[in-house]
Design a binder for this molecule. Structure first.
Ligand code: ZN
Ligand code: ZN
Length: 399
């Protein structure tokens, strides 16, 4: 008999950790940090055999590199075998090279093995097959776990309204088919403010903004590659697309990876003509115009100050960073202090309709386990044919 335990995430977004046992093996999917909150200290999760005691884990599989899924890696026993997507690992290592305070995470990320889309990882008694999904960070996956004659689909974080969103449904139709248990993210069932225009609609808006503004700063996550790619694609000469060395390195990692992996999507991720800070010329920037991804970093702030009067700041992140429990003071200050700004964003998570379609497609025989949501009951209101299994954190569910 197998067993499923959601150690964290049955009643919250972030800090994910799911355990699956079967065929004499024990694996974990994600081991994330809680979202940085102003109201409470993040809780560290201690799990015998994973974080302390003698190793009792045959694989720790990360769906993607958002901190709420991978942030607790430094707490994991050193001999636990970890797995991550190839480009995800490269991007994260590039990022961490700029964050000396995260040297412990960097060392652990280096030691991770990589998996490839649709290539089954066979542990003997239990197998994990990663399938690429569309999310707000490049190289994200869902996992099909097969053990004890059962098939369990763990969605990770995903959406269907991004550029590669249709691919999620095709994979479900052609590769995953029916499952016994669906462990599904349900972020949008609790975030009332979530907004879901398609990434393509945002690209059209980006086009309009770039046509009507000469000096454009784009404030978004440096890992939200599809968003940056949209602005990059729509920046037409004589306007220049500029970024700092850090952002350039991340984008070039994606460029190299996309050449082998993303068929038909190569042009979106063609970042070969990027200009980094060594090529910036402020007179030229003023004359020709530019689009530039920025972050709350001092050296970028200096550039933004020079274009306070003529520039526009496109705020392209979750509104929750600007105020409230999950507010980020650095981001809020940056946005506050820039006079001319436009909001342009869409959620990285599945719409309620997408959650419903996924559940209907894979038709889980045993049921649906909601995770990554503050509102697991939201699944019950959808009127799905499958049973909704509302677990508590740490509760054992035999299958
Ligand atoms: Zn997440
Ligand atoms: Zn995520």
């Amino acid at each position: 008999m197998g067993e499923l335990i959601v150690h964290r995430g049955t009643r919250q977004i972030g800090g994910c950790a799911t355990e699956i046992r079967g065929g004499g093996k024990r694996i974990f999917i994600d081991f994330g940090a809680e979202l940085p909150s102003k109201d409470k200290q993040p809780e560290l999760l201690a799990i015998e055999g994973l974080t302390h005691g003698e190793r009792d884990c045959d694989g720790l599989f990360f769906t993607h590199i958002h901190c709420d899924h991978i942030g607790m890696l430094p707490r994991v026993l050193k001999d636990v075998p970890g797995y991550l997507g190839e480009a995800a690992k490269e991007m994260l290592l590039t990022q961490l090279a700029y964050l000396p305070e995260k040297a412990d995470l960097m060392e652990r990320v280096r030691s991770l093995s990589t998996y490839r889309p649709a290539k089954r990882v066979e542990l003997g008694g239990l197998a994990v097959t990663p399938f690429a999904v569309d999310h707000s960070v490049y190289d994200s996956y869902m996992f099909l776990v097969e053990t004890e004659g059962k098939r369990i689909l763990h969605t990770g974080d995903f959406r269907t309204h991004g550029f590669r969103g249709k691919g999620v449904m095709l994979v479900l139709d052609n590769c995953v088919k029916r499952v016994d248990i669906l462990v599904s993210e349900g972020t949008s069932l609790s975030r009332k403010d979530a907004d879901f225009p398609t990434e393509m609609a945002l690209q059209d808006e980006a086009h309009k903004i770039l046509k009507s503004h000469k000096h454009v700063f784009l404030l978004c996550s440096s890992m939200n590659i599809d968003r940056i790619a949209s602005f990059h694609k729509r920046t037409r000469a004589p306007k220049m697309f500029l970024c700092d060395q850090y952002q350039k390195e991340i984008l070039l990692k994606v460029h190299d990876h996309a050449k082998d992996v993303v068929s038909g999507g190569v042009s979106l991720y063609d970042f070969s003509s990027l200009r980094d800070a060594s090529q910036w010329n402020f007179d030229l920037m003023r004359q020709r115009g530019f689009c530039m991804p920025v972050r709350a970093a001092k050296h970028l702030r200096t550039v933004m100050d020079m274009f306070q009067d003529t520039g526009v700041l496109v705020y392209s992140m979750w509104d929750g960073y600007l105020e409230g429990e999950y507010g980020d003071d650095g981001i809020a200050r940056l946005v506050d202090s820039f006079p001319n700004k436009i909001k342009l964003h869409t959620s990285g998570h599945a719409t309620p309709e997408a959650l419903r379609s996924v559940a209907a497609k894979v038709a889980p025989e045993i049921g649906i386990v909601p995770i990554h949501t503050e509102n697991p009951a939201g699944f019950e209101k959808m009127g799905l044919a499958s049973k909704i299994i509302k677990l508590s954190d740490g509760e054992r569910f035999p299958f």
